[in-house]
Design a protein around this ligand. Structure first.
Ligand SMILES: Nc1ncnc2c1ncn2[C@@H]1O[C@H](COP(=O)(O)OP(=O)(O)OP(=O)(O)O)[C@@H](O)[C@H]1O
Length: 260
């Protein structure tokens, strides 16, 4: 089976930090898998997702995403990696723009530079954006301004924007931590279901083992910048989860974050 990501011996320290955010991390993900990154605050989950999204410089090791090697000295521009979609915890939408316009922003990396600068989507761009809106249950909200939406609706817009890119890899950084439990379940059902329907790989981070168990095929536990365990979902033990959150000051599964 083809790898969606292959990373070997990755280490990274944020500029100005005394600690390694990632330390000798190796991970391979076959195409189509749903992986949850679990671990306490500061474990390195965001750093790993950001690195896989090609946004960090100066790391050590080897990383290949969707068959293309990442260069730690020359990260690719966003427009050159449309196959990778990113869903942010804080949605990262243009608040004063319409839902449709936000979703079409996901097509920018697929447009010619001239079309992107002039903001002239093709009819294919529009069709894909409308299809993504429909998939996310937002067809009736296409013309609404994002700043009039609820948190759950905003995260649906962010997922629709990601899907309109036609991604083969979806990276999602705590996509449901700002949502209530019912909304969190809805959003992860949508995200992992859409990824499965498209054969895309999804890697999402979470503080909630119950959600990770429910929506991932595989759980990667991270702690102190390292991989503590990497198991199929059925093999995740309660003991491993408790150990992962030991000394973090929070019980696993509460969705609460430790104060750093
Ligand atoms: N921009 C930054 N500058 C300096 N250090 C950083 C920066 N971002 C993260 N770090 C440090 O890197 C380490 C890993 O942080 P990271 O955000 O990747 O963890 P996380 O597992 O995603 O945590 P959380 O669950 O709270 O989002 C932490 O020690 C953090 O303080």
């Amino acid at each position: 089976m083809k790898s969606a990501i292959q990373i070997d011996d990755l280490s990274y320290t944020h500029p100005g930090s005394d600690f390694r955010a990632l330390e000798h991390v190796s991970l391979a993900a076959p195409a189509g898998q749903s992986i949850a990154l679990l671990g306490p605050s500061g474990a390195g989950k965001t750093t790993l997702l950001t690195l896989l999204d090609g946004r960090l410089r100066g790391w050590r090791g080897r990383a290949s995403v969707l068959g293309a090697s990442l260069d730690p000295d020359h990260p690719p521009a966003r427009a050159r990696r449309p196959d990778t979609g990113f869903v942010f915890q804080e949605f990262a939408l243009v608040e004063r723009s319409s839902v449709l316009r936000n979703v079409l922003n996901g097509r920018l990396g697929r447009m010619s530079p001239l079309r992107a600068v002039l903001w002239r989507p093709t009819s294919r761009d529009l069709n894909l954006a409308r299809a993504a809106l429909a998939d996310c249950g937002l067809a009736d909200l296409a013309e609404r301004r994002v700043d009039s939406l609820s948190g759950g609706q905003r995260q649906r817009v962010a997922i629709a924007r990601c899907l309109s890119q036609e991604p083969r890899l979806i990276l999602a950084d705590e996509p449901v931590s700002n949502l209530d439990p019912a909304r969190a379940t809805e959003i992860l059902t949508l995200l992992t279901g859409a990824a499965r329907a498209r054969g895309a790989t999804v890697i999402f981070s979470s503080h909630q083992p119950d959600l990770a168990r429910r929506f991932a095929d595989r759980i990667v536990g991270m702690r102190d910048g390292q991989i503590a365990f990497d198991v199929a979902v059925d093999d995740l033990s309660e003991a491993a989860t408790v150990e992962l959150y030991r000394e973090a000051g929070i019980p696993p599964g509460t969705g609460l974050r430790a104060v750093s």
